[in-house]
Design a protein around this ligand. Structure first.
Ligand SMILES: *Cc1c(COP(=O)(O)O)cnc(C)c1O
Length: 454
């Protein structure tokens, strides 16, 4: 029999614990710092923003954390997600590489994001919270959290980066269908929003600004907390179900990856797939792990590992991460989910420790790979995901040049059925590569001056 195209895990074989890489980090994590005093913060400093049960996960050093039954029950709506072998792409590239991919586009919201939206809604509800606020870039996180809040009976207000709010009305309609309230950011409803609008009335908005608004709303409203869809340790934790499933599925066909690839905005889908494998790498296994970002927002490849704020209004704790500076507003590229100025501290530290290789790619190469993917594998990819596809194509071509039968594992983080305008721009030749001038980067990095150094 030929090799299977799809590898399914039975529901009863779904992982029942999350993997916490903090327990295995070769370099211990540096603590978040208080924005005012510059001293390490304690759990109580985060209490106005997050529920304590999630704060405990954020700082946990336990290697394994049980997934609650109520969370398992909701995840089973679409999980375990299938592992695919991209046979048609292999053939089109005439490569000896074996390309596997995890299909995270099968969730109700169409990406990996519900993997953390569900547990976050659950833990907030358990803690007695009635309402959540959040920001969203392209709208994937807002829609994932809208879906999750509906399942657990929580209210949700979403501050959506204005450029995406205008360009992507369908995500807003998904949020409304799931019962959430979604407004463009910056908005006149918060102090942070009003301050930005006064200075820059025509700003396209940014995730940093939207985060400031959502946090302000959460800490000034009753029974309300804030929820973040990426970057933080507990988000990386929740996503590790992807890599754990993938490991079991690879074992079912006697395969183990030589190369692992994911796109990285805040780092969560990449971490979700790679961390359970990086655990093996820390313990001596030989493999390459590649995090792919847009050349127009080159956090891992061009920005220093520094302490910076997560938001523009400088209200969040200072996180040790690769950051382009908290005021950095990237050009309006189509991969809205990859436009954040910072990066997960866990992913950042692992890059510093040479366990992860960062790679920055331009959008034309990414769209070219996404169109090849659609015309071979069939699925239409999110613009974010296309970065992982382009890196996969590069690795497959390299395997061909070197005549190596390399095993590649990639995270297909989501579908692009709500993002077809990007394809339109590409197919009609209107898209160009945007090279971020070095001066723009250096200008943005001045915001790090005077902040503590990790
Ligand atoms: C949000 C998103 C990303 C980027 O976020 P990460 O936290 O880096 O995973 C990537 N792909 C898709 C489909 C997304 O929705």
């Amino acid at each position: 029999m030929s090799d299977p195209t799809k590898i399914f895990l039975n529901e009863q074989d779904m992982p029942t614990q999350w993997y916490n890489i903090a327990a295995d980090m070769p370099t211990p994590m540096k603590p978040p710092l208080h924005p005012g005093t510059g001293q390490p913060i304690g759990p109580e400093d985060l209490a106005p923003v997050f529920p304590m049960n999630l704060i405990e996960q954020e700082v946990s050093q336990e290697r394994w954390i049980d997934i609650p039954d109520e969370v398992m029950e909701k995840l089973l709506l679409w999980r375990p997600s299938p592992l695919y072998r991209a046979k048609a792409l292999e053939k089109a590239l005439d490569t000896p590489a074996k390309i596997f991919y995890k299909n995270e586009g099968v969730s109700p919201a169409g990406s990996h994001k519900p993997n953390t939206a569900i547990p976050q809604a659950y833990y907030n509800k358990e803690f007695g919270i009635k309402r959540l606020t959040t920001e969203t870039g392209a709208g994937q996180w807002g829609s994932a959290l809208a879906f999750a809040c509906q399942l657990f009976g929580l209210e949700l207000k979403v501050y959506m980066v204005r450029i995406s709010f205008d360009q992507k009305p369908f995500r807003k309609l998904m949020m409304q269908t799931w019962g959430a309230d979604c407004i463009p950011s910056p908005s006149p409803t918060t102090q942070a929003g009003r301050a930005i609008l006064e200075k820059m009335p025509d700003t396209p908005g940014s995730l940093g600004i939207a985060i400031s608004e959502a946090i302000e709303d959460a800490v000034t409203s009753e029974n309300t907390r804030y929820s973040l869809g990426s970057v933080l340790n507990h988000v990386m934790l929740h996503q590790t179900i992807i890599g754990q499933e993938a490991k079991k599925q690879m074992a079912m066909v006697n395969a183990y990856p030589d190369v692992i690839i994911g796109c990285a905005g805040g780092g969560s889908n990449f971490a979700g797939l790679s961390f359970p494998f990086i655990c093996d790498k820390i313990h001596g296994k030989d493999m390459r792990v590649i995090a792919v970002e847009p050349a127009a927002c080159p956090t891992l490849t061009k920005a220093p590992f520094a302490y910076d704020f997560g938001d523009t209004a400088m209200t969040t704790p200072l996180l040790p991460m690769h950051s382009l500076g908290h005021n950095f507003v990237p050009p309006p590229l189509h991969a809205g989910g990859l436009r954040y100025h910072g990066m997960s501290p866990l992913v950042s530290q692992l890059v510093m420790d040479d366990l992860i290789e960062p790679l920055a790619l331009h959008q034309l190469e990414c769209y070219k790979a996404a169109v090849l993917w659609a015309r071979t594998e069939g699925f239409i990819s999110a613009p974010e995901t296309s970065h992982a596809l382009a890196a996969t194509v590069r690795e497959a071509q390299r395997a061909k040049e070197e005549g190596k039968e390399r095993v590649i594992l990639m995270n297909w983080s989501g579908h692009g059925l709500m993002d077809l305008l990007g394809y339109d721009a590409y197919l009609s030749g209107k898209l160009s590569d945007y090279s971020l001038p070095q001066e723009a980067i250096e200008q943005a990095l001045h915001d790090l001056d005077g902040l503590p150094k990790p």
